[in-house]
Design a protein around this ligand. Structure first.
Ligand SMILES: [Zn+2]
Length: 401
């Protein structure tokens, strides 16, 4: 069978990938790495320069001869619009093509107001944040939402958390104003992507667990986010715990870890003990004060979360489990009982090199995760080549018409 050589297949998109990754920084490098002829390299680089995805930089003259022109990925060649929606707080930003936030804001918003209210508000905010930048510079949109999402279509599925969003397909609505690729995933997956790329880029297996009003996880396996067949992978909140009893969960089952150990469950159980707690911050104050009943309740929640995580660790064998969300961030006793149970109950091999770490990016992981998600898509060789073909066809038809 003839070997398919890089020379035949290195498209402009592939050339951009080589420049972005630093594998090739001059035209000569590109020729060497791809096997393309000089005119072919010239043609592809020319297309990328014209689209503003690559810029040329002349190195300082060295002592002998003309210095080669360096090719660099142009992070300011466009922007992506991102939004990390939470149940009550939302972060919105405009990022450059390297995923750095150029402008952003955070505000309180109840997502239960529904897509008819929330999506126009998001788009207005993006328009404001764009400022003087024209909409034509927008290369893509990335969003994280607090619901289960059928990723391929951007359809929200979870009826119990964002009831007013059930079955809503988000991308076409955004398309009306921003006709670019729109990627939507659940909030925990974008946190996992952000933490993985921002803090642990060299590890290929990571589990991000968000412990907040709800409990959920995002799984990075083999370097890629694991979404499952329809986007429901990582829903660890609805795994039952051994002594969960008959506590009714919002999913309709009983004894799920979410129903007995989430932030919502902690508040409910502490109120039942007569504690005056309205928010997680109130619980934090009691933990700080060393209130024995509160500490015991929080440890119990940690033990139950640990029980479920131990099972997940056995299945997935991650290198690191990252604990995020306001509950995990606030409670030391919760985190230590999670650790204890995971190390005790997972197999020796799965925990030999396992690290259990607090989230380093906090809420910021949502924004950077959304940016990475959409940039990985719009800057992929396939997407770049497709965009080139589309603009070439437009030029052709403009010339002939
Ligand atoms: Zn459940």
């Amino acid at each position: 069978m003839p070997r398919r050589t890089a020379a035949t297949f290195a498209t402009s998109g592939e050339v951009l990938r080589l420049i972005r990754s630093g594998e090739a920084v001059t035209r000569a490098d590109l020729g060497r790495v791809t096997g393309l002829s000089r005119p072919a390299v010239q043609l592809r680089v020319g297309e990328l320069l014209e689209r503003g995805l690559v810029v040329e930089r002349a190195d300082a003259p060295s002592t002998g001869g003309r210095p080669p022109v360096r090719l660099e990925f142009n992070a300011s060649g466009g922007v992506v619009l991102v939004a990390a929606l939470g149940a009550s707080r939302t972060r919105v930003a405009v990022c450059d093509l390297a995923g750095h936030e150029l402008d952003g804001c955070e505000f309180a918003m109840d997502v239960e107001q529904g897509p008819d209210v929330v999506l126009p508000l998001l788009m207005d905010t993006w328009d404001e944040l764009l400022g003087g930048r024209p909409r034509s510079t927008v290369a893509g949109v990335g969003m994280g939402v607090p619901a289960t999402v059928e990723f391929a279509q951007g359809r929200t599925e979870s009826a119990r958390v964002m009831a007013s969003w059930t079955g809503v397909v988000i991308p076409p609505i955004i398309h009306e104003r921003f006709p670019v690729p729109v990627l939507v995933d659940n909030d925990v997956n974008v946190l996992a992507i952000g933490e993985h790329r921002g803090v642990y880029p060299d590890l290929s297996d990571l589990m991000f667990v968000k412990i907040s009003t709800r409990i959920g996880a995002g799984v990075v396996a083999g370097g890629e986010i694991l979404r499952g067949a329809l986007g429901a992978a990582g829903e660890i909140g609805h795994i039952p715990v051994l002594d969960g009893g008959d506590v009714l969960c919002r999913c309709g089952n009983t004894g799920c870890v979410d129903s007995v150990a989430s932030g919502t469950a902690l508040l409910r159980d502490l109120r039942a003990l007569g504690k005056d707690v309205m928010t997680i911050a109130d619980v934090t104050a009691l933990v700080r004060a060393g209130d024995a009943e509160t500490m015991a309740t929080v440890r119990e929640a940690g033990r139950r979360i640990g029980e479920v995580l131990a099972g997940a660790v056995n299945i997935l064998n991650p290198s690191v489990v990252v604990l995020g969300g306001d509950v995990a961030e606030a409670f030391g006793p919760l985190v230590s009982s999670i650790r204890e149970v995971v190390y005790r109950r997972s197999t020796a091999l799965a925990t030999r090199r396992l690290r259990i770490e607090p989230s380093r990016l906090g809420a910021g992981a949502g924004i950077s995760g959304c940016a990475v998600m959409v940039l990985d898509h719009v800057l992929s060789p396939e997407a770049v080549d497709e965009a080139m073909t589309v603009s070439a066809l437009r030029r052709q038809s403009a010339a002939s018409g």
